[in-house]
Design a protein around this ligand. Structure first.
Ligand SMILES: [Fe+2]
Length: 215
């Protein structure tokens, strides 16, 4: 596999190609990842320049740790981030992948916190936007509300599973990232996210109910 480039969108193209290669055999996973990438591209119009490329690259790469050939610990954000670091990928991309969508909680459930802490926690608009994109995109790539997405995960994994336990605890934190992203979109003047929408208009209700985002 070619080495990732670091200028402009080169790493994003590499991220897309890498995800397609590594996730091709996993049911629905690639559909989900490509939809998360498109969602991040849309949200990424409203993050600062230095956040945009890491966000987009991480969106396409966030689930590569599910690939059988990358699996080591079973904590897919950690397995993915380790592999990316070994490829020489930019540390911010590795950090975003390592901590995406409540990974710290799952690391605690699996006794892998020390391993995860080999990466620096990433907080801020880029992580919030990544969580927004991931947690409002279903397994099949359709756009859904956070509640629908979270419920699907909790149904798929039984209460005894570390993923289930982690997501129960991570829910409020993930909700915070989504709310902050919506507030940033509103501040950027996105019509569907205007202040009236945030107060409960039909537009915002449509987002919560899972309507597709305009691009
Ligand atoms: Fe995902």
């Amino acid at each position: 596999m070619a080495q990732p480039g670091w200028i402009g969108g080169e790493i994003v193209a590499w991220a897309q190609a890498t995800a397609r290669t590594l996730l091709a055999d996993l049911d629905n996973r690639l559909s989900h990842v490509e939809a998360v990438g498109r969602r991040a591209e849309w949200v990424g119009q409203h993050v600062c320049d230095e956040d945009r490329v890491p966000l987009l690259a991480a969106a396409y790469l966030h689930d590569i740790g599910y690939a059988a050939q990358l699996r080591v610990t079973g904590l897919h954000p950690l397995d993915g981030a380790r592999w990316l670091r070994a490829q020489g990928v930019d540390e911010r991309v590795c950090n975003l992948v390592a901590y995406h969508s409540g990974a710290r909680f799952e690391a605690e459930e699996r006794g892998l916190v020390d391993d995860l802490e080999a990466f620096d926690p990433e907080e801020g608009p880029a992580m919030d936007a990544l969580i927004f994109a991931d947690m409002t995109t279903a397994r099949d790539g359709s756009y859904v509300s956070f509640q629908v997405r979270l419920t699907d995960i909790l149904i798929r994994y039984p209460p005894s599973d570390p993923v289930h336990r982690a997501m129960v605890r991570a829910g409020p934190v993930l909700r915070g990232s989504i709310d902050r992203t919506l507030e940033r979109l509103a501040a950027a003047g996105q019509p569907m996210y205007g202040s009236a929408a945030l107060q409960g208009s039909a537009g915002f209700a449509a987002i919560l109910m899972g309507a597709p985002l305009a691009r």
